[in-house]
Design a protein around this ligand. Structure first.
Ligand code: NAD
Ligand code: ZN
Length: 351
């Protein structure tokens, strides 16, 4: 079969591989819709995961089941499914502890395009099919559903990590597709004011549609000053980080009230340290918490988030600003993600 992958750090290309084998609890899936991710860009061009050779990329997919193992109960050949980017081992002790995304070691619930071939292939392998696949609801647009693999669960996880509560003032730093879903998740959790930090006009427009009440342009001055001005010097209750780098934590801590909480879902692909401001962190005593996490995967989360789309409470189609037709377009879609033209939020490739 054909797949599109990382040949080595800094280089990608088409690969020819065997169709993966199916274990008793697993499934083999063929794609219906695929999306490249900023994480693929970090992985290849920043070498963020370290060296990977001839590894098929991609972790965002909606597909059709081609084969299931003998112990799989709830799925069969032909079922249309949503595939989460994170596919934990559900019988691990880490999962029992509530951190399924770290099953088998830190970040090891992230298997596609990390420890095994990803979804940019004619067929791909899904471990623990009953625990990780979700049926695609009848009538749901595959491109919209493809945003459930990673963008929705990650963006919403930012709001969970920050413990956004009713009436909170929240700043979302970075409004690419993940940050936009953090805005939407924050709005659904009942935040009062949502200050979105971004600059691209398309993202700003969509952020407002998802519930941002104020827009802060980080290219037009210090964002802490802008947040302080908008909040009459008080700062915000919570910050979600979905863009930036190791220095972004400086701003996030500075703009929060004592007792504030940062939810970071940004993938820090470069640098050895993150920075904290000593004084604004209360000299270590400000009760300002930093939580960072890989998004939880698995079937239940996919099913619950899919029902938000199904019932009209979340419209992920606003994220899909470009669609391609045909498997061969994966390369073009990935390169588009790398270039990130101004009007792009997320491309999807439909088979
Ligand atoms: P993206 O690159 O499209 O969005 C990030 C946005 O932040 C961009 O629009 C960029 O212009 C903006 N930005 C950069 N510097 C900034 C700054 N200083 N202040 C404010 N905005 C700034 O990426 P995305 O697809 O939205 O993903 C966001 C991050 O989440 C990426 O690092 C991605 O790898 C990561 N991610 C994490 C998980 C997880 O499970 N935690 C899952 C998927 C993606
Ligand atoms: Zn992704």
């Amino acid at each position: 079969m054909k797949g599109y992958g990382m040949l080595k750090i800094g280089s990608t290309g088409w690969l020819e591989k065997d169709v993966p084998g199916c274990g008793p609890m697993d499934a083999i899936v063929e794609p219906i819709a695929l999306a490249p991710c900023t994480s693929d860009i970090h992985t290849v061009w920043e070498g963020a995961l370290g060296d990977r050779h001839d590894m098929i990329l991609g972790h965002e997919a909606v597909g059709k089941v081609a084969e299931v193992g003998s112990l799989v109960k709830d799925f069969q050949k032909g079922d249309k499914v949503i595939v989460p980017a994170i596919t934990p081992d559900w019988n691990s002790v880490e999962a029992q502890q509530g951190f399924s995304m770290h099953s088998g070691g830190m970040l090891s619930g992230w298997k596609f395009s990390n420890f095994k071939d990803g979804v940019f292939a004619e067929y791909f392998h899904v471990n623990d099919a009953d625990g990780n696949l979700a049926k695609l609801p009848e009538g749901m647009d595959p491109a919209a559903a493809c945003m459930l693999s990673d963008m929705v669960p990650t963006g919403f996880h930012g709001a969970e990590l920050a413990e956004v509560a009713y009436g909170d003032d929240v700043c979302v730093i970075g409004i690419g597709p993940v940050g936009l879903m953090s805005v939407a998740g924050t709005a659904l959790r009942g935040a009062a004011r949502i200050l979105a930090v971004g600059s691209r006009p398309k993202c700003v427009e969509v952020a407002r549609e998802y519930g941002a009440t104020d827009i802060i342009n980080y290219k037009e001055g210090d964002i802490v000053e802008q947040v302080m001005e908008l909040t009459c010097g008080k700062g915000v209750d919570k910050v979600i980080i979905a863009g930036g780098d190791g220095e972004t934590f400086l701003d996030a801590v500075k703009m929060m009230k004592p007792g504030g909480r940062i939810g970071n879902v940004n993938y820090l692909g470069q640098g050895d340290f993150i920075k904290l401001p000593r004084v604004e962190w209360g000299s270590g005593m400000g009760h300002k918490t930093i939580a960072g996490g890989l998004m939880p995967g698995g079937r239940l989360r996919m099913e619950k988030l899919a029902s938000l789309i199904h019932l009209g409470k979340l419209d992920t189609k606003k994220l899909v600003t470009r669609t391609f037709q045909g498997f061969d377009k994966i390369e073009e879609a990935l390169m588009l993600m790398k270039e990130k033209p101004k009007e792009l939020i997320k491309p999807v490739v439909l088979m």
